[in-house]
Design a protein around this ligand. Structure first.
Ligand SMILES: *Cc1c(COP(=O)(O)O)cnc(C)c1O
Length: 421
């Protein structure tokens, strides 16, 4: 559930009419609902009630400082995957003891940064990384808390580009080698081995792959304990999917996910961490664009809007579906016709949707791309020298621009021309 609803025929974000924001900010822009973000965080927090747990928001989904501050104020931890994200989390007021560091390619510089700034744990993904982290920790006269990410070889049944739990994926250590690798880690004086980490992919729409992975984690926990390791924390990753198409079956709810976690892992007496990103931010955001032209092609109509693949790359990159709604609700009984909805970028891949049925649209009309709050703004670029679009946050009756649109001058002045040229 989210808070983007029609009120008397006009799409609102919470209590604010979207045309009002468009008039002030200019299109295109991202628009986030604070109430939806809070609601989604609470769903996860409540789903794990009764277990010692921490919800670490996977901030790569949406790392705007205002979004991070809102999450931090609710008590969220953060899952970070780079030094940049670590710095953003700290700048938003997240204490180090609530930050977990994931990722296959952490550099020594990033390790140094997180160790000296404070960190809950590193989720280590390989032996060379383990060796590097041990060295960095010892050089600082510190001990780095770690879990080791295991690759359970489970098919997450999601898009290949966001599946991470199969043996051919670059993530984690093969679960079959866990015993050896944990023994190596335990022998390193700069490391404190506290648990196990697993993350099998993103946009999962079934519980079965999770259950299969978590059963392997439960078995591994018992095995490693028998081998003398004090396993006391399980990081279960993120990845729970969201309904991109409201007409489709909805993926499992956080409550059902939490129930399954309790069933499979509840009797291990471990602290549980989860790392949801998409489910928290995805349906808490929309992208608002304006129709520039309606163009008649040979056999189809094109709706050319002022947002493009550089602003929202998911359709081009993952063949993703986004529901597209007119901001001014169509009158009842109005006929729909199919449009190809495209942006101005000079690539045929700059297509948001093909043959999507909409009521008649005209230049100047506003449309909203739903489910754009996660992996939207964070993946944007300035391809075609299109300035990054602004981000706006609504909270009840108020709204604010939380990242302004750069001027063309700002954009140009970021480059420098060498004196000798
Ligand atoms: C991307 C990622 C997540 C979040 O995935 P969502 O699908 O956004 O919930 C969590 N943990 C790790 C390690 C990730 O790489």
């Amino acid at each position: 559930m989210d808070y983007f609803l029609y009120q008397i025929g006009i799409l609102h974000a919470e209590d604010v009419a979207i045309p009002e924001i468009a008039a002030q900010v200019g299109t295109p822009f991202y628009l986030y609902s604070a109430a939806t973000l809070r609601r989604h965080f609470r769903l996860f927090d409540e789903a794990l009630e009764g277990m010692d747990h921490l919800v670490c928001y996977a901030m790569k989904a949406n790392s705007n400082q205002a979004v991070l501050k809102l999450m931090a104020d609710m008590g969220a931890g953060m899952d970070v995957v780079s030094g940049g994200e670590y710095a953003r989390a700290k700048a938003a007021g997240v204490p180090g003891e609530r930050i977990v560091f994931s990722g296959v390619g952490k550099t020594r510089q990033e390790m140094h940064m997180a160790l000296s700034g404070g960190i809950r744990q590193f989720n280590v993904e390989s032996e060379p990384e383990m060796i590097a982290l041990n060295e960095v920790a010892l050089s600082l006269d510190m001990v780095a808390p770690i879990t080791i990410r295991v690759n359970p070889d489970v098919d997450a049944k999601t898009h290949a580009k966001i599946a991470t739990g199969k043996s051919e994926n670059k993530f984690g250590i093969p679960i079959s080698r866990a015993s050896t690798v944990y023994a190596q880690a335990a022998a390193m004086k700069g490391l404190d081995v506290i648990g196990i980490d697993v993350h099998i992919g993103s946009q999962l729409t079934q519980l079965e792959p999770y259950r299969a992975a978590y059963e392997k984690v439960a078995d591994l926990t018992k095995q490693l304990r028998a081998e003398g390791h004090n396993i006391r924390r399980l990081d279960l990753g993120g990845g729970l999917g969201i309904p991109y198409e409201r007409s489709n079956d909805a993926p499992p709810l956080p409550m059902e996910y939490g129930q399954m976690v309790k069933e499979v892992l509840g009797d291990l007496d471990c602290e549980i961490e989860i790392e949801p990103g998409r489910l928290i931010a995805g349906n808490a955001g929309i992208l608002v664009a304006e129709v520039i032209y309606v163009k008649q092609g040979e056999d189809r109509q094109f709706l050319i809007v002022d947002a493009a693949m550089n602003d929202l790359i998911r359709p081009a990159m993952y063949e993703a579906h986004h529901d597209i709604l007119p901001v001014v609700e169509a009158e009842a009984g109005m006929e729909q016709s199919p449009y190809d909805i495209v942006g101005p970028v000079c690539e045929s891949g700059d297509t948001f949707a093909k043959q999507r049925n909409l009521t008649p649209q005209q230049a100047g009309d506003l449309v909203a791309f739903r489910s754009a709050g996660a992996y939207g703004a964070v993946m944007a670029s300035e391809y075609n020298s299109r300035p990054m679009i602004p981000e706006v946050l609504v909270d009840g009756h108020q709204f604010a621009v939380i990242r302004p649109r750069p001027t063309l001058e700002d954009m140009i002045n970021r480059d420098t021309i060498p004196e000798w040229l």
